[in-house]
Design a protein around this ligand. Structure first.
Ligand SMILES: [Ca+2]
Length: 268
């Protein structure tokens, strides 16, 4: 019975189908059903990302370009230490040259600032020291001249002459001290033992027959002799005088009395 019913239903539907088909009416029912039917579930659209997400084939390991580009680079040589600059900075500064000029200046002997006993003495710069001279007008013989200096000013002695200038200067001073009258003044000189009793010879000359007795004067520049002097008249002239009229010196016997003595002393 059930089968019969199913058959009938099927038949009816089939018949309708046939009718519809035969009448050329198409398949409205079927279409409706098809249209009304639930759409086929859309195929899950394969996400386009799939392709993108497709894991990239792992590329060949990118061999470092350096490898392919060529020979392996040689390891860089260590930079050489920049010796030049180092040398420059480390170069010791040259010591400054000593300023010799100023040093020389300071080492120069100072100009004499010493003074004489008083203004009547004449000051002479002898380089390493200063020397004072004064013409003492007091009649004297040779042997007593030294005592006259000491009596006049303690420590002074008959003076020698370091330079020709000292000679000419003291000639003028002596004459002035003697009121402008020329005269002879004993000085600090005495005949050398080797030349006593001798005239001028090859070994006893104008420059070595006598020596300076004041203990300070040196050299031969002060030996300014007058004319034929020293002539050692009678072979006993061992003293020396300064003659203001002759502008030079002469030797004499110490027994002769003269106008005075030229005294000298170191400036202080
Ligand atoms: Ca003489």
């Amino acid at each position: 019975m059930l089968k019969t019913i199913i058959f009938l239903i099927y038949f009816v539907r089939f018949c309708d189908f046939c009718i519809a088909t035969n009448s050329g009416g198409g398949l409205p029912v079927l279409d409706d059903e098809l249209e009304e039917g639930p759409g086929e579930p859309e195929e899950p659209s394969t996400p386009s990302t799939t392709t993108t997400e497709e894991p990239e084939e792992p590329g060949e390991p990118t061999t470092p370009s350096t490898t392919t580009t060529g020979e392996p680079e040689e390891p860089e040589e260590p930079e050489e230490p920049t010796t030049p600059s180092t040398t420059t900075t480390e170069e010791p500064e040259e010591p400054e040259e000593p300023t010799t000029p100023s040093t020389t200046t300071t080492e120069e002997p100072e100009e004499p600032t010493d003074s004489c006993p008083d203004a009547t003495w004449t000051l002479f710069d002898r380089g390493s020291y200063s020397w004072c001279m004064k013409a003492i007008v007091q009649s004297t013989q040779g042997p007593t001249a030294a005592q006259n200096c000491e009596n006049f000013y303690s420590g002074s002695k008959p003076s020698g002459f370091q330079t020709a200038t000292e000679v000419t200067t003291m000639i003028a001073q002596a004459k002035a001290a003697n009121n402008g009258v020329d005269g002879r003044f004993y000085i600090g000189a005495y005949r050398n033992a080797a030349c006593i009793g001798k005239m001028l010879t090859a070994s006893c000359t104008k420059l070595n027959s006598f020596y300076w007795t004041d203990g300070e004067t040196s050299g031969t520049a002060g030996w300014i002799w007058d004319g034929v002097q020293p002539n050692n008249w009678n072979s006993d002239q061992n003293y020396v005088y300064l003659d203001t009229s002759a502008n030079g010196m002469g030797d004499a016997n110490g027994a002769a009395t003269y106008a005075g003595v030229i005294c000298g002393i170191k400036a202080t």
